[in-house]
Write a protein that binds this ligand. Structure first.
Ligand code: SF4
Length: 414
């Protein structure tokens, strides 16, 4: 019997080998997925919920109220979209143009600059399949995929067999963790764990670059030079090396220059690639889709036919400066994820929340539209963390409207 595999949209790995058992459109069993994926695929609710001012309404009323908020705003903010399909991104960009909105996603305060560098070919990259097939030296830098992307090590990086790595982990691969704490991933890396102090990444990079050229590596925090030289020697021998760059690394750097220097130095001695540890399943897709339309990956402001870009158009700066007068939040919970001093400004403007889950933002929104879970109850396309395009169909049928369908209706109602 032919098996039906599904894609899990629980994280940026977009695992495409998921089997489920469902009855009457309720998923009862999920095979192959990790604990995050199982919970994600089973989180569907029976009835769609629409609310205005915390009172239940029908879909039509919620859409008409959302359209009226956007129509009356001079500078609405459209934010989120990391867990939406690329089809939804395109509609959100169109809606932002139509309403002269500020448009941003979480990448403006996480990995957006790194994805932008990849789009501009400033860093050598590769696919997860290349890594499974060829990688012999794997660095997890400021990243803990054992917790954030639980199948990362088993499906793509350290443990699996690949076409040129028939024996898999330990025997043919060296996994290295560089982090400020001994994470679950760092424990798996055993002796190849390099613990650095918070904010010590730039100095460690420069010490490593010195070590790669045989110079004495020095840091102000007196990291043992012998250990850095040992690490440099392993990296120099890599036939196919990969750096998985996580938030811990990016938050520690003032800009990406040290990382560019490191990748250049590594590629003078060996063969190294970099893949960003994108969390939300289609954050990279949002960056690419917005870039294709505007030349920028996030933080844009549409003004008639002009597109402006800069940090002042990020959600953080827009809310801090109170330049936005309404917000459409799609699949995101800024009230929980942003610092309270900034997020509280959302209480002063009308907020429309479109989300498959109840969140702090949805509970405090003027309009709440309970959308389908993208990838489980709605299909589409997305970009995996390594840039690979993935298509998926809904796993079950539902009466929950997709965020794509809702955006279309809001645009019609404008
Ligand atoms: Fe889903 Fe990510 Fe787990 Fe894969 S690793 S099953 S994509 S949550």
């Amino acid at each position: 019997m032919e098996k039906n595999y599904h894609v899990c949209t629980g994280c940026g790995l977009l695992c495409d080998d998921i089997e489920v058992e469902s009855e009457k459109n309720i998923i009862n069993k999920v095979y192959t997925a990790c604990r995050v994926g199982v919970a994600h695929m089973k989180e569907g609710k029976e009835e769609a919920i629409f609310r205005v001012d915390n009172k239940p309404v029908n879909e039509e009323t919620a859409i008409s109220e959302a359209a009226s908020i956007l129509k009356n705003a001079k500078n609405p903010l459209i934010f989120g979209l990391g867990t939406s399909t690329s089809e939804t991104h395109k509609l959100a960009i169109e809606l932002a143009r139509k309403t002269n909105a500020t448009l941003d996603d979480t990448s403006s305060f996480c990995l957006g600059s790194l994805v932008e560098a990849l789009i501009h070919n400033k860093i050598k990259t590769c696919t997860l399949d290349d890594i499974r097939n060829k990688a012999d030296v794997i660095i997890f830098w400021g990243a803990d995929p054992s917790d954030s992307h639980p199948r990362h090590l088993s499906k793509y990086s350290y443990f699996p067999r690949g076409s040129e790595k028939q024996r898999g982990w330990e025997e043919e691969r060296t996994a290295i963790a560089i982090d400020i704490r001994k994470s679950h991933t760092a424990k798996i890396c055993g002796n190849y764990f390099f613990q650095i102090p918070p904010g010590g990444d730039t100095e460690f990079i420069d010490a490593l670059i010195a070590g790669l050229s045989g110079k004495l590596p020095k840091t102000s925090y007196n990291y043992p030079p012998k250990k850095i030289l040992e690490l440099a020697n392993i990296l120099k021998g890599a036939k196919f090396g990969i750096v998985f760059a996580g938030l811990g690394l990016i938050y520690s750097l003032e800009n990406l220059e040290p990382l560019f220097r490191l990748m250049k130095a590594l590629n003078e001695k060996a063969n190294f690639h970099l893949v960003p540890m994108v969390g939300h399943y289609n954050m990279r897709g949002f960056n690419e889709n917005l870039f294709a339309e505007t030349g920028y990956v996030n933080s844009v402001k549409f003004e008639n036919d002009i597109v402006r870009h800069g940090p002042e158009y990020s959600i953080v700066e827009s809310l801090k400066a109170k330049t936005v007068d309404a917000a459409l939040i799609i699949g995101s919970d800024p009230l929980s994820s942003l610092p309270r001093s900034i997020a509280k400004n959302l209480f002063e403007i009308p907020v429309i929340s479109m989300d498959p889950c109840e969140t702090l933002t949805s509970r405090n929104a003027k309009v709440y539209i309970n959308t389908a879970i993208s990838g489980v109850e709605a299909g589409g396309t997305a970009t995996r963390m390594d840039g690979t395009k993935v298509s998926f169909k809904p796993v079950v049928e539902t009466n929950h409207p997709s965020d794509e369908a809702i955006l279309k209706k809001i645009m019609e109602a404008l």
